[in-house]
Design a protein around this ligand. Structure first.
Ligand SMILES: Nc1nc2c(c(=O)[nH]1)N=C([C@H](O)[C@H](O)COP(=O)(O)OP(=O)(O)OP(=O)(O)O)CN2
Ligand SMILES: [Zn+2]
Length: 157
């Protein structure tokens, strides 16, 4: 009997994360040049086909939400939560060194820590950790209730 091939649907799945991070925008012409913090919300969306192998314990999943959580927690949430981010290419590096010496959790990055640049950094970090058959589709980084930046793979090919 002829069997129709199964249609492999691409499905997007999303996991959301929260973390509290401080930052300062060196040289900015507004209040965000001061050291302050945000309750960031990060939505991570990946795309792939659900596993159809009935012998696979992950049957029906694009990726186990738990496996996605492990990647994002290890590379982003656990690193950025309750840390303060400074641009290492500015005099803020001295403030960062002083805070670090006094035992504070400081992250030096190679960019101005806007939501745009942070979401680019996060996209690179997550892409490196995903299995080959799963693509990063998009990220949404919410800085305040009314402000967010989005990264889409389709915008960056
Ligand atoms: N394009 C960007 N603009 C600003 C960023 C940014 O990352 N990208 N960041 C800041 C500040 O860090 C901070 O997030 C202030 O943002 P803003 O939305 O202006 O916050 P407010 O609380 O003032 O906004 P409301 O309109 O009161 O909600 C600044 N700009
Ligand atoms: Zn801010």
């Amino acid at each position: 009997m002829h069997k129709e091939p199964k249609v492999m649907s691409n499905i997007r799945i999303t996991k959301q994360f929260n973390f509290e991070t401080g930052h300062a925008l060196y040289g900015y012409d507004g209040k965000c040049r001061n050291v302050h913090g945000h309750s960031y919300k990060l939505s991570v969306t990946v795309i792939g086909t659900p596993i159809t192998d009935t012998a696979n314990v992950k049957l029906g999943m694009v990726i186990d939400f738990g496996d996605l959580k492990k990647i994002v927690k290890e590379d982003i949430v656990d690193v950025f939560d309750h840390a303060t981010v400074f641009n290492k290419n500015t005099p803020h590096v001295e403030l960062a060194q002083e805070l670090s010496t006094r035992g504070h959790n400081v992250i030096l990055v190679d960019y101005q820590p806007t939501s745009e640049n942070m979401v680019i950094d996060f996209a690179e970090k997550i892409k490196k950790r995903l299995p080959e058959h799963i693509q990063l589709h998009s990220l949404k980084l919410q800085e305040t209730e009314t402000s967010f930046a989005e990264w889409y793979a389709t915008d960056n090919n």
